[in-house]
Design a binder for this molecule. Structure first.
Ligand code: NIG
Ligand code: FE
Length: 387
């Protein structure tokens, strides 16, 4: 049972050349099961059982959100308001979400994630990563990952998000790399650590990532959000799939990222919501590194589910063209998750796409904050329709 997506005003396709985005006219594509099986001029389309007429709308590949912390309870708007009144962001705020998450039932965590997933879909995100990291004890980290796994294959164990209040840092790293990792490993694909001032230092981070790797997880890292403590060296040393935040980068870091296999993932919502200086993402592209943009959805430093918002901020503040930011939010996210079946409308890829009430993808930056997505499809099935 194949269907053709036709009458597309502009079909947005990413080139294999980094940052090059095409706006194809008179193009259509065919979907069978969960995959795209054909892309080309509509006049040459193969016979299909059904047709989805998008009435001249623009169709984009779904956004790939490669960095999100959507398993939690509670909120921190007072902390946000205090920051906007002059307080600085510190890693320690995580503890208040930990208290709320530990007190929540599994059903509440699931319902919270369900609601966030609806928002992600409404903004055109069709695939997302989900980290644990607001449990920080064996039981709550396990439950967090069980819930995350109901929604995505890209689950990430982030027991090393913060040393919980009252714990001894070295004993806590023992727990994360021991009993907690044992509980998490069957449920997670990735291991992550917040390697930064006020969280985990380089040695502790290396221990966490190496223990995860030894247990079959693949590494990624929160690097240099608050201060540059050398996390990029560690990311390259361990071939992390991505180094995320990259708010503070030295020339040495830029050279390393340009020469390595690690994607630099930018999180514009985090600088926005912590009132921090924006890093220059364009500098990395010019050096030859690969980049991604992600939401970092979490209740503390970036409580957004909108990739459109992140693209708009990246274009306005981080030295990217609209095409580059769009590419980073689609192919970039797929690269950061090391999954080449996502992030583009091309034969063989998962059929993840969104229809826009706009002529092209420039509108995400040109009309910031506006609901442009009218329909979203994941693996060939409709998951969102604008009322
Ligand atoms: O990616 N940097 C560490 N973790 C989150 C923030 C967590 C929080 O403040 O709750 C982030 O920004
Ligand atoms: Fe994060």
């Amino acid at each position: 049972m194949a269907y053709l997506v036709g009458n597309i005003g502009s079909l947005i396709i990413n080139d294999s050349m980094w940052g090059v985005v095409h706006q194809k006219k008179k193009h259509a594509f065919a979907v069978e099961g969960d995959k795209i099986i054909w892309v080309g001029e509509e006049s040459k389309a193969p016979a299909c059982d059904a047709r989805l007429d998008v009435e001249g709308g623009c169709v984009i590949p779904g956004f790939v959100d490669s960095h999100a912390h959507p398993v939690f309870a509670g909120s921190r708007e007072l902390e946000f308001a205090a920051r906007m009144a002059g307080e600085t962001y510190q890693a320690g705020g995580i503890n208040s979400t930990v208290t709320a998450t530990r007190a929540a039932s599994k059903n509440e965590l699931r319902a919270n994630l369900q609601r966030l997933q609806s928002e992600l879909f409404a903004g055109g995100i069709t695939h997302f990563e989900a980290k644990s990291g607001y449990g920080l004890d064996v039981e709550t980290e396990r439950i967090s990952l069980e819930v995350a796994r109901e929604f995505t294959e890209d689950t990430t164990f982030l027991g090393a998000h913060l040393v919980p209040l009252g714990a001894n840092p070295d004993s806590y790293v023992d727990l994360v790399t021991g009993e907690m990792l044992e509980a998490a490993a069957p449920l997670a694909k990735w291991i992550d650590v917040f390697c930064d001032e006020g969280a985990f230092d380089l040695e502790q981070s290396r221990r966490v990532l190496l223990a995860g790797i030894a247990r079959g997880l693949k590494p990624r890292i929160h690097a240099n959000q608050i201060r540059n403590i050398g996390a990029i060296d560690l990311a390259i040393e361990l071939d992390c799939a991505s180094a995320d935040h990259c708010t503070h980068l030295s020339d040495h870091d830029v050279d390393l990222l340009a020469g390595g296999n690690t994607v630099a993932t930018f999180l514009p919502g985090a600088e926005f919501s912590t009132r921090s200086a924006y890093p220059n993402a364009g500098r990395l592209l010019n050096a030859g590194a690969r980049i991604a943009i992600a939401t970092d959805c979490n209740p503390g430093s970036s409580f957004t589910t909108s990739m459109g918002f992140c693209i708009a901020v990246a274009v306005r503040e981080m030295g990217l063209s609209v095409d580059q930011a769009f590419y980073a939010a689609t192919i970039g996210g797929a690269n950061a998750l090391r999954d080449d079946t996502l992030g583009n409308i091309t034969e063989g890829n998962r059929a993840d796409f969104a229809v826009l009430d706009a002529p092209n993808h420039f509108y995400f930056a040109y009309r910031p904050g506006v609901q442009l997505v009218t329909q979203t499809f994941v693996a060939g099935k409709k998951v969102f329709e604008r009322k």
